[in-house]
Design a protein around this ligand. Structure first.
Ligand SMILES: [Zn+2]
Length: 61
C-alpha cells in the first residue's frame, strides 16, 4: 500500500476534543476520497494523502 495513512484518524475524536481546550493546530482539509471536510494536524502543504475516518477505515479494513 503506497499511502501514508494519517495516524490522527484513530484518535480523531480525542484530538478534536483536545483542540477545543488547547491551541493545537488543526487544519481544515477535505478527504482525498470522498471530499468530506475533515480536521487534521497534517498541514495542506504536506505530501501525505489525507482520508476521513470512514475512508481510512475502509482502506485499512
Ligand atoms: Zn472520506
Amino acid at each position: 500500500m503506497n499511502l501514508a495513512l494519517p495516524r490522527l484518524c484513530s484518535n480523531c475524536r480525542h484530538y478534536q476534543r483536545l483542540a477545543q481546550r488547547t491551541p493545537f493546530k488543526l487544519w481544515d482539509r477535505t478527504c482525498a476520497k470522498c471530499e468530506k471536510e475533515i480536521k487534521t494536524s497534517y498541514s495542506p502543504n504536506r505530501p501525505e494523502i489525507i482520508y476521513c475516518e470512514s475512508c481510512y477505515n475502509n482502506e485499512v479494513a
